[in-house]
Design a binder for this molecule. Structure first.
Ligand SMILES: [Zn+2]
Length: 264
C-alpha cells in the first residue's frame, strides 16, 4: 500500500491545482440585446451594457476571449491559461451588430453557430414558443462577421431536435449544413453545436463522420484536455444575473469544482 507522506500529499495537491487551472471555460450566448418585455427565457438576453462590462472585466483580469478553433488547439497543447472561448448560438443579427464591435474593440475572438437553412430569415424553430421573431444574419452579414476576424460553425440545417429524427435525416442535417456553409462562405467549417443541446451516441458518430473536429453541448462545466471534443460542456451566460455571478462561473474554481468530470 502506498504511503501517505507529505510528498504524496504535495503531489496530490499540485495535481489538483493543475487540474483546476488547466480547464477551459466555454461561454454560451444567444442574444446580445435588451430583452423585450414579457418574453419568456429572458436569461438568454445579455444586454449590450452588461456584455461590455463582462469583456472589460475579463480583460482587466488578464483573460482573453478566443474562438472555438483557438480554444480547441490550446486544449490539446495544454495552453488554455488565460483563455475563455466565446460561442454564440443560432446566428442572430445582434451577434453581428451588438456583440462583434465590442469583441473587436477588446481584441477577443468568438465563434457563431449558424443554422445553414435559415440564413437571412428568423428563428422559425422557436418564434411561436418565445412569442418573438428574431432576425438571423444574412449571407452578407455573415461575411461581415468573418471580416471582423470571427469564426463560423454549424448549428445544423434547420435546428430540429436531432435525437428525434430518423437517422438518415439527422445525418443529412449535420453533413449538409457543413457543406452549405463552406460553399456559401468559402471558409472551413470545423465545429458543430447540437440544436437544443440534444445528442445521442449515434448523433455524435454522425457528427464525427461528417468531419467536424468539435461539437458543443449544453452540459454544464468547463472543458478539459481529456474531454471528448464532440461532447464539450459550456457555461450558459445568464443575462438576468449580474457581474459577480458571471465572474463566479467564469473566473473562479467554482464551476471547475462543482461540475467535476464524469468518471473516466
Ligand atoms: Zn440553437
Amino acid at each position: 500500500m502506498e504511503a501517505h507522506g507529505p510528498r504524496t500529499v504535495l503531489i496530490e495537491a499540485t495535481r489538483n491545482i493543475l487540474w483546476i487551472m488547466s480547464a477551459l471555460p466555454i461561454l454560451s450566448y444567444h442574444n446580445v440585446a435588451v430583452a423585450p418585455k414579457d418574453v419568456p427565457y429572458k436569461l438568454l438576453y445579455v444586454s449590450p451594457d452588461r456584455f461590455e462590462r463582462q469583456l472589460w472585466t475579463l480583460r482587466r483580469l488578464g483573460l482573453r476571449g478566443v474562438s472555438t478553433s483557438e480554444g480547441i488547439t490550446r486544449l490539446s497543447n495544454c495552453t488554455t491559461r488565460g483563455c475563455v472561448v466565446f460561442t454564440f448560438d443560432d446566428g442572430y443579427a445582434d451577434t453581428l451588430t451588438m456583440a462583434a464591435p465590442l469583441l473587436k474593440q477588446y481584441g477577443f475572438g468568438a465563434t457563431c453557430y449558424i443554422v445553414s437553412g435559415a440564413v437571412g430569415t428568423y428563428n422559425r424553430w422557436d418564434a411561436e414558443h418565445l412569442r418573438e421573431t428574431k432576425p438571423l444574419m444574412s449571407r452578407d452579414q455573415l461575411d461581415q462577421w468573418l471580416a471582423a476576424g470571427m469564426e463560423v460553425g454549424s448549428h445544423s440545417l434547420s435546428h430540429r431536435r436531432l435525437n428525434e429524427l430518423p437517422h438518415d435525416v439527422a445525418r443529412y442535417e449535420i453533413a449538409e449544413s457543413r457543406a452549405a456553409l463552406r460553399n456559401m462562405l468559402g471558409v472551413p467549417i470545423e465545429h458543430f453545436a447540437y440544436p437544443y443541446g440534444r445528442f445521442t451516441a449515434d448523433i455524435v458518430e454522425f457528427v464525427r463522420h461528417a468531419g467536424y473536429s468539435s461539437a458543443m453541448t449544453v452540459l454544464r462545466g468547463v472543458a478539459r484536455a481529456s474531454d471528448d471534443r464532440l461532447r464539450l460542456p459550456r457555461i450558459l451566460v445568464n443575462g438576468e444575473r449580474g457581474l459577480w455571478n458571471f465572474l463566479l462561473h467564469v473566473a473562479t474554481p467554482y464551476e471547475r469544482l462543482r461540475f467535476r468530470p464524469r468518471a473516466q
